[in-house]
Design a protein around this ligand. Structure first.
Ligand code: ACO
Length: 373
């Protein structure tokens, strides 16, 4: 008699470890970073403050924040070896492949790569935090044949990110919507990319290997790639009046509607109201009511038919589009934010490590033998 073993496909509903970094509570529809509601952080904190909270467990003092801001401003430049490798890649490379390659180059060039002490890993995390915007912006500009823009140390993180991307200072409301998106994307417990980073870390591989793997996991459209996919959907649909016809066809062909649904939240993603409000501010700022009409029409039509609600990628994609980012840059922006959560988890995994190695149940052919053996 064969024993029945329950398989938790996709590890759905399986707790695999403790974490003190964040708590997702689907029942109360809340998300806490180190105990703080993400909505409060988005309303009151800079992205730099949130990064320090995720790494250190506490919001920074004025002095700690000033010290980190100075470090971040001093570490924004694109390293020459990274620029050389990016320039060697075709301009048709997906920006997620470019960012993943850039992090690999940084890891292969960093004399601290093999030092996995918490202090060295925190320094690496902070350098990646400071350096990623230049990589993302440089690649977007090169794909459009534009000259790179030098970082400005009189601007904060979000202002500088937009400056690097567009070579123009942006209106305060645009900077603020961007900051909100960075805070909301920063951390989300054991999502696929964070779990990937933890699995790699659990083998005692270095932080850059873990981050490179996490970028690979984030690229997929069931995870971070969904913010890019949402924009493709909007382009395919065209305008609000076409939503029903598009949906008929999408559902008939069993297509996933990107930016909807979530493994953990079943009654809506706790981050959506805050991001949607930021998106609506951008719709007013850029005078694009048509985008809101399409957003609402698809949300209502899909929600009405399937009862599935939007996730964070649904309002984030159109927000980045309105700001002027090209669609393939959306997921690399997510990388620049999630680097905080990933590295906080890498530090936590290292602090109480156990190799992550689940079991599988074999369902292939019974034992057999090579002819003549
Ligand atoms: N479009 C169409 N149907 C969906 C969607 C969707 N977006 N989401 C869930 N469903 C349906 C499934 O087809 C399935 O139906 P069935 O039971 O009739 O087969 C049911 O709802 C359950 O969905 P699963 O995919 O099995 O549930 P899971 O927990 O694995 O899915 C996931 C979560 C992968 C996020 C899913 O909702 C999805 O594919 N969404 C689209 C991609 C997306 O937006 N990803 C971003 C995630 S959030 C983030 O990374 C910030």
């Amino acid at each position: 008699m064969t024993e029945t073993i329950e398989i938790y496909k996709g590890l759905a509903g399986v707790p695999v470890d403790y974490t003190a970094v964040s708590k997702v509570n689907p029942e109360t529809n809340s998300l806490l970073y180190r105990g703080y509601p993400v909505q409060e952080l988005a309303a009151n904190c800079s992205f730099e403050q949130v990064a320090l909270l995720l790494w250190n467990g506490e919001l920074p003092s004025k002095e700690e924040l000033a010290e980190f801001e100075a470090f971040e401003r001093a570490n924004r430049a694109l390293a020459p070896e990274v620029r050389t490798v990016i320039d060697a890649l075709p301009t048709t490379s997906h920006p997620m492949d470019v960012v993943r390659t850039a992090v690999s180059v940084i890891g292969a060039s960093d004399p601290e790569t093999a030092d996995d002490s918490p202090e060295a890993n925190l320094r690496k995390a902070k350098r990646l935090f400071a350096g990623l915007p230049a990589i993302v912006a440089y690649d977007q500009r090169r794909r459009h044949g534009l000259e790179p823009v030098e970082a400005r140390d009189d601007l904060d993180y979000s202002q500088n990110f937009l400056w690097l991307a567009f070579g123009e200072e942006q209106a305060p409301e645009v900077v603020d919507a961007f900051r909100v998106s960075m805070v909301l994307y920063a951390e989300h417990s054991f999502n696929a990319s964070t779990f990937t980073a933890r699995v790699i870390t659990s083998t005692l591989a270095d932080l850059y290997s873990a981050v490179t793997g996490a970028i690979g996991a984030l690229k997929g459209p069931l995870h971070g790639g969904a913010n890019e996919a949402v924009m493709h959907t909007f382009e395919e649909i065209g305008e609000a009046g076409q939503v029903e016809a598009w949906l008929d066809e999408a559902l008939a062909s069993k297509k996933k509607v990107m930016g909807f649904g979530h493994r953990v939240y079943k009654n809506g993603d706790s981050r959506v109201p805050t991001m949607r409000a930021a998106m609506e501010r951008m719709i007013d700022h850029y005078g694009r009511q048509d985008v809101l009409d399409l957003y609402v029409a698809l949300e209502e039509a899909f929600g009405g038919r399937k009862g599935i609600k939007p996730n964070l990628d649904y309002p984030a994609g159109p927000t980045y589009h309105l700001m002027g980012f090209d669609t393939p840059t959306f997921t690399p922006i997510f990388v620049a934010s999630r680097i905080t959560g990933w590295t906080a988890h890498i530090l936590e995994q290292n602090a109480s490590n156990a190799l992550i190695r689940p079991l599988s149940v074999y369902n292939g052919p019974d034992e057999r033998h090579v002819p003549g053996a």
